[in-house]
Design a protein around this ligand. Structure first.
Ligand code: PA5
Length: 447
């Protein structure tokens, strides 16, 4: 269960001002709950935690078991943006840090990702890996037409067909896409792939609790039911129409700080397992709020690592920053610092302490230093990193994002700006239908 603490902002804002933003957040919550705001045909994510049928998870488990029976030890998940980041975040957060190098910890196939870039080297190296492993693939694209995953899938599909034959390939490939539209849907129907549907009313960056996230997370061996339980608790907690609603608290404060000149919000974690939470969160807030010339710029850091790279700027650079710290209260593993008779490193004062205690003091010390340096601190705490708490975090941030964007006055659920680069790329690559744009671009580039 997520807990929000705004004490680290108290020296930056007046209570009366905060109350005004709470009122704005409660009004925005009403718009979200009553489904009367912009983009209200994309609110299917709101009740996913409580309305996802258990049979969906069982279906994913059946695929996991059938692949296990074939000896599959590598699942390539193909997707980009919202069709990638949620699953990547969950797999990174929940996996052993050295899973791929430790034979003892794996009782599920390794899940790797593709189709989230256009790097030829990445594609070639993925092929190298596939040659050595027993491979299956999940291709995810809501539109079914996105270039990056389509390019990756063409390669991976051909590889699997060549190696295992067409009919076995159909057993080893699953598609997650729109119910009716898009090239991927047609291809999946023609090839006879098992298919999961992404409902029309759920946008990519809000889709982690649909088959987009559920299938890869189950395939990687994690407990999706616990994740949905954590999300369901937050579904309930964040629908409360009062100032103690954690999503209202968070959305109110970050908007107040934004209006007071804090234009950049940095999501901070002190556990490298949460690095991709930052990536997922950046897409969620960046794509939802960054429009009409407005929006907090979302950035992320992993401390204490990045205290040795970004710490200087955060402490003393331009004062346009706020930080949201994702605090993890308990470590799931225990390592204490031992005594050294020689004490040449001078660290004997730490003897017997858990490393996590040092991490907690680094977190507290940094928090105080950054407040002193003019950086407000919002805190979002979870008990530990597990499926339940990750589900809570996903839902908490999604709900906060909807409320926050409505306070800002933008439609949280569209992304018109993402199209601009695609049009130029298609024109430059000579896609049929883009001839006029190609001519204009070549003239502009002087070629
Ligand atoms: O949030 C979004 O809508 C986007 O980031 C999409 O998820 C991303 O562009 C991938 O789209 P698709 O799933 O249609 O391939």
């Amino acid at each position: 269960m997520v807990k929000v603490d705004l004490e680290g902002c108290s020296s930056f804002v007046k209570d009366a001002e905060y109350q005004k933003y709470v009122d704005k957040a409660l009004a925005a919550l009403d718009v979200l709950e009553n489904e009367t705001g912009a983009g209200n045909d994309f609110l299917g994510w709101k009740h996913l935690p409580t309305r996802t049928p258990d049979s969906l998870i069982s279906e994913c488990e059946a695929i996991r078991d059938s692949w296990k029976a074939k000896g599959v030890d590598l699942v390539v998940v193909i997707g980009i943006g919202g069709s990638y980041l949620g699953a990547k975040c969950a797999v990174e957060a929940l996996s052993h840090s050295f899973a791929s190098r430790l034979s003892t910890v794996r009782n599920a196939p390794e899940v790797v990702f593709a189709g989230h870039n256009l790097s030829e080297e990445y594609a070639a190296e993925l092929m190298d890996l596939m040659q050595e492993r027993n491979v299956a693939a999940v291709v995810i694209s809501k539109s079914g037409t996105t270039t990056e995953p389509a390019v990756a899938f063409r390669l991976i599909k051909q590889y699997i067909e060549t190696r295992y034959g067409s009919s076995e390939a159909a057993e080893r490939i699953v598609a997650v896409t729109d119910a009716h539209r898009g090239a991927l849907k047609s291809l999946a129907t023609q090839e006879g792939y098992r298919t999961f549907v992404i409902e029309d009313n759920v946008g990519g960056r809000f889709s982690v609790l649909t088959p987009v996230g559920i299938l890869p997370i189950v395939l990687a061996g994690f407990d999706m039911r616990a994740m949905l339980r954590g999300a369901a608790e937050m579904e309930e907690a964040t629908s409360r129409r009062d100032a103690s609603n954690p999503a209202v608290e968070y959305a109110a404060m970050r908007n107040l700080l934004y209006d007071n000149g804090k234009k950049i919000e940095i999501l901070v974690s002190y556990n490298p397992k949460l690095q991709y939470l930052g990536e997922w969160w950046k897409q969620l807030f960046g794509e939802s709020e960054g429009k009409d010339g407005k929006g907090i710029f979302p950035a992320s850091v992993s401390f204490t690592t990045d205290l040795h790279s970004m710490g200087q700027y955060i402490q003393e650079g331009e004062r346009i920053l706020m930080e949201t710290v994702v605090t993890v209260e308990k470590s799931r593993r225990s390592v204490t610092i031992s005594s050294d008779p020689q004490n040449l490193d001078g660290l004997n004062f730490l003897t017997g302490k858990h490393i996590e205690e040092c991490n907690a003091m680094a977190e507290l010390g940094t928090r105080l230093a950054h407040i002193d340096g003019g950086v407000p601190q919002l805190s979002v705490a979870i008990e530990k990193i597990d499926e339940y708490n990750l589900g809570s975090l996903f839902y908490f941030f999604e709900k906060s994002c909807g409320i926050s964007a409505y306070i800002l006055g933008v439609n949280p659920f569209n992304q018109p700006g993402v199209e601009a680069y695609k049009k130029n790329m298609f024109a430059l690559l000579g896609k049929p239908g883009y001839e006029a744009q190609a001519e204009a671009l070549h003239e502009r580039l002087g070629k």
